[in-house]
Design a protein around this ligand. Structure first.
Ligand code: UFG
Length: 325
């Protein structure tokens, strides 16, 4: 594989994957409407500014570029917003994805890597969660991604020359260690980003949502994965398909988690700022613990994490936050 088409390559995770593809010598074309992405985050290849719903532009761009592989990030990702506005999520994350698969089929293109999420598991009974755990999303965001996965599975089963890998991301965090790219959303809701913005003084205090969970310190446990390790999983998935393996679904996480209180402690230590923390009620829809069993990804693709270190994750995110000013 030489040429990779990346939707959403100007976004947080997409831009780290474009960086990794460029560093490995791939030819990359990013297709992004820049609704939440940033043109300057695309460090390699070309950028075509376009919307996934613009079938004509999408078809023309794909037909002209003729990629060997397609990585599909472009999606809405806010759980709370998906609850308030489910149609927005089903339209963009499910319908627009279907539109993309249709065009790929029309043009006889294959080798799709699809951004999925641990949100497909809902509130799992057991941790670490394996890919065998039946999907049971509890919000439209998770459901919209699960539906796209299902369409891909059915399509691959029906089509001999169509293959895909769905990657189920756990809690992605951190930034480019060289400080060139990182998370840059208007209203970030993620724990590490909120904690660091609180340290910077953007918020008066950090709320800890729920301290009465059935976990050792009462706060929720998550599997935080550095965005560059997640990016490497995408390259491993492409290699997997290029080596002739079939379609698959893989969890992306480290296999162990940290509580909200543990993350707060690391954020205070890394920043050297004793920012204010207040206990708040539980946030709706938060599972007590969500930790990936990532053995399948490691065994099938040989993926090995390089930054399994919460201190490093928070440090790279902090360097990026400071650059944002
Ligand atoms: N949290 C706080 N205070 C905050 C923000 C978060 O206490 O200000 C807590 C949450 O309640 C949760 C934990 O920190 O217990 C992590 O919350 P995040 O919002 O950082 O991440 P989530 O686990 O809710 O969700 C993330 C992605 C989703 C994805 C999900 C899958 O945001 O898109 O992981 O695991 F679906």
């Amino acid at each position: 594989m030489k040429k990779i088409f990346v939707t959403g390559g100007a976004g947080y995770i997409g831009s780290h994957v474009v960086k990794a593809l460029g560093e490995r010598g791939f030819d990359v074309l990013t297709y992004d409407n820049l609704s939440t992405g940033h043109a300057e985050a695309v460090l390699h290849g070309q950028l075509v500014v376009g919307d996934l719903s613009d079938s004509e532009l999408l078809r023309r761009t794909l037909n002209h570029y003729r990629p060997d592989g397609v990585i599909h990030f472009a999606a809405h990702i806010e759980v709370a917003e998906s609850v308030d506005n489910p149609l927005k999520y089903y339209r963009n994350n499910t319908l627009n994805a279907l539109n993309l698969w249709e065009i790929l089929r029309e043009l006889n293109l294959s080798n799709v890597i699809f951004s999925s999420t641990a949100a497909v598991y809902g509130i799992p009974e057991h941790n670490p969660v394996t890919e065998e755990t039946p999907p049971a999303p509890i919000n439209p965001y998770g459901a919209s991604k699960m539906m796209s996965e299902r369409v891909l599975a059915d399509l691959a089963a029906a089509t001999r020359d169509f293959k895909y890998v769905a990657l189920r991301y756990f809690n992605v965090a951190g930034a480019d260690p060289q400080g060139r790219i990182g998370q840059k959303y208007r209203n970030a809701t993620h724990l590490i980003t909120r904690a660091l913005k609180t340290a910077k003084g953007e918020y008066d205090g950090l709320q800890v949502f729920g301290t009465d969970y059935p976990t050792p310190d009462g706060t929720c446990i998550r599997d935080y994965i550095h965005v560059d390790d997640l990016a490497a999983a995408h390259l491993a998935a492409l290699d997997h398909l290029a080596a002739g393996h079939g379609s698959g679904v893989f969890n992306c996480g480290y296999g162990h988690g940290y509580s909200v209180k543990e993350v707060v402690a690391v954020a205070r230590q890394v920043t050297g700022i004793d920012f204010r923390v207040e206990e708040a009620p539980r946030r709706a829809g938060d599972p007590p613990a969500l930790v990936a069993d990532s053995r399948r990804l490691r065994q099938a693709t040989g993926w090995q994490p390089r930054h399994d270190d919460l201190d490093f994750i928070v440090r790279t995110a902090w360097e990026w936050e400071k650059r944002l000013g």
